[in-house]
Write a protein that binds this ligand. Structure first.
Ligand SMILES: *Cc1c(COP(=O)(O)O)cnc(C)c1O
Length: 335
C-alpha cells in the first residue's frame, strides 16, 4: 500500500450502513457453480444488480442524501448523471422527501429521460453535451442553492458504496480476492477500504474496459488525466474521473492491488455467461468480473473469490444482440 493508512476507517462504513439500513437492500452473495468449478475455488457472486434502481449506486446516493442537514435537504439535490447515479439519486431524494433535479443534454434517449421522470425528479434539458448539462448544475448550485451530489468523488458516496464491501466479508469471511468494476472509483475505493479494514490480506482488483478507461490512465500517469470517451458495452464505466479529483484517485492508487482491462468481446462473454449459466441479466459494467475470470486474466488466485455484479440496467435489445452473439452488438440492428 503506497499511501499508508486508508483514508477511510471502518467506523465510517459502519455508520453509513446504519444510516442507509432499510433504504437499500442487503443483497445476497451466492456461489457460482460454474465459475467455482472452473477456478477450482469458491467463487461467490454479489448480486448487487438486484439492488433497488438496478445498481449499487443507491447505496452512495442514499448515504449522501441522508448525510445532508435538514436545511440542505429542503433545498433539493442536483446532478448531471443520466445513468445509474441519476436514477439512484432521484429515488433517494424522493424517499427522504427532498427534490432531485437531473440535468441532461438533448442527446439523452427518451427511455432514460422517462425513467428518471418516473422516479419523481425534475428534468432539465440543456445543450448538446454532458459538459453543458454540468454547467447547468453549477448554475443551479450557485444561483438557486441546490446541493450537488456527485456520482463518485465525494466521501459520503464512497462510504455508501463501501457498505457493499462489509457485506461481502460477512458472507464470505475467508475471501481472498474481490473483483470490482471500476470507473470513477467510488465503488472500488469504498469496497477496497471496507474489505481491507476487515481483512487486510484480501486483494481488491479493479476491472474496466480497454476503451477509454480514465482511472487506469490516471493511475499510470500518477495524476488524474483525461481520456477520449468511446462507446462500450460497459457504458456505465465511461466518463472521466475529474481533473480536480479529491477522493477516489488517491484511494484507488493506495488500495487497489491491480487494475485489469477487458475487451468488448470479453465483456460480451461475461454478459452471456451471466445469462446462460447463472440466469442473471447484467449490464456490461456488471459483467466485467465474469469477463476477467473467463478470460483467465486474474492470476494467482489462492482462496475464495467474490465477484460484484454491479448493475442490470442494459437496453434489452442490446442484451438480446449480445446473447445472440452478434459481432458488433453496439452497432448492428439498432432500432
Ligand atoms: C457507476 C457504475 C460502476 C462504476 O462505479 P464507480 O464508482 O464510478 O467506479 C460500475 N457498475 C455500474 C453498474 C455502475 O452504475
Amino acid at each position: 500500500m503506497a499511501g499508508g493508512m486508508p483514508v477511510m476507517e471502518l467506523d465510517t462504513f459502519l455508520a453509513a450502513r446504519q444510516r442507509i439500513a432499510g433504504r437499500v437492500l442487503r443483497t445476497p452473495l451466492v456461489l457460482s457453480a460454474s465459475l467455482s468449478e472452473r477456478c477450482g475455488l469458491p467463487v461467490g457472486m454479489k448480486l448487487e444488480h438486484h439492488q433497488t434502481t438496478g445498481s449499487f449506486k443507491l447505496r452512495g446516493a442514499a448515504n449522501a442524501v441522508l448525510s445532508l442537514s435538514p436545511k440542505e435537504r429542503a433545498r433539493g439535490v442536483v446532478a448531471a448523471s443520466t445513468g445509474n447515479h441519476g436514477r439512484a439519486l432521484a429515488h433517494a431524494a424522493k424517499a427522504e422527501g427532498s427534490s432531485a433535479t437531473i440535468c441532461m443534454s438533448q442527446l439523452v434517449p427518451e427511455n432514460k429521460l422517462s425513467e428518471i421522470r418516473r422516479l419523481g425528479a425534475n428534468v432539465r434539458i440543456v445543450g448538446r453535451s454532458q459538459d453543458e448539462a454540468q454547467q447547468e448544475v453549477d448554475r443551479l448550485v450557485s444561483e438557486e442553492g441546490l446541493v450537488m451530489v456527485p456520482p463518485f468523488d465525494h466521501p459520503a458516496i464512497v462510504a455508501g458504496q463501501g457498505t457493499l464491501g462489509l457485506e461481502i466479508v460477512e458472507d464470505m469471511p475467508e475471501v481472498s480476492t474481490v473483483l470490482v468494476p471500476l470507473s470513477g472509483g467510488g465503488l472500488a475505493a469504498g469496497v477496497a477500504a471496507a474489505v481491507k479494514a476487515r481483512r487486510p490480506k484480501a486483494r481488491v482488483i479493479g476491472l474496466t474496459m480497454e476503451r477509454g478507461a480514465a482511472m487506469k490512465a490516471s493511475l499510470d500517469a500518477g495524476r488524474p488525466v483525461q481520456v477520449e470517451e468511446e462507446a462500450s458495452l460497459a457504458d456505465s464505466l465511461g466518463g472521466g474521473i475529474g481533473l480536480d479529483n479529491r477522493v477516489t484517485f488517491a484511494m484507488c492508487r493506495d488500495l487497489l492491488d491491480d487494475v485489469v482491462l477487458l475487451s468488448e468481446e470479453e465483456i460480451a462473454a461475461g454478459i452471456r455467461h451471466a445469462y446462460e449459466q447463472e440466469r442473471e441479466i447484467v449490464e456490461g459494467a456488471g459483467a466485467v468480473g465474469f469477463a476477467a475470470l473467463l478470460a483467465g486474466k486474474i492470476r494467482n488466485i489462492n482462496g475464495p473469490v467474490a465477484v460484484i455484479l454491479s448493475g442490470r440496467n442494459i437496453d434489452m435489445g442490446l442484451h438480446r444482440r449480445v446473447i445472440n452473439g452478434e459481432t458488433d452488438p453496439l452497432r448492428e440492428g439498432r432500432t
